[in-house]
Design a protein around this ligand. Structure first.
Ligand code: FES
Length: 123
């Protein structure tokens, strides 16, 4: 039996299938039930990097339009508000007004091809 929709254990949340995030691209997710702040994920092949969608500068969501979290070359995460740029791999700000600060990383794992995070991530 393949890929059931039950990858998440108790206390976890399934975001989507890994293959629903374009390789090299990103995807945003709404806040968990009872939460206010969404998440986003960046895929690099079989790896995925998930962050809380709140810029360390002043706490705004990063994307100007749905799912656009990366620069044109898809190398760095960019905050659309004031242009801060972050490394995909660790969320550290490498330029902009919050230089040296970091996005809040979310521990993500891939289970049966699905991206699973703690249910309270972003709350
Ligand atoms: S809120 Fe992100 S750079 Fe200002």
């Amino acid at each position: 039996m393949a890929g059931a929709a039950t990858a998440a254990a108790e206390g976890e949340r399934t975001l989507c299938r890994l293959d629903e995030i374009p390789d090299g691209g990103a995807r945003g997710f709404a806040a968990a039930p009872g939460g206010f702040i969404g998440l986003f994920a960046v895929r690099r092949g079989e790896r995925v990097f998930v962050y809380v969608n709140s810029c360390p500068h002043v706490g705004l969501p990063l994307e100007p339009v749905p799912h656009r979290f990366l620069d044109a070359r898809r190398q760095n995460i960019v905050c659309s508000a004031h242009g801060a740029r972050f490394r995909v791999e660790d969320g550290i700000c490498i330029s902009g007004p919050c230089l040296g600060e970091a996005l809040e990383a979310v521990e993500a794992r891939i289970v049966d091809g699905q991206v699973v995070v703690p249910a309270d991530a972003g709350r």
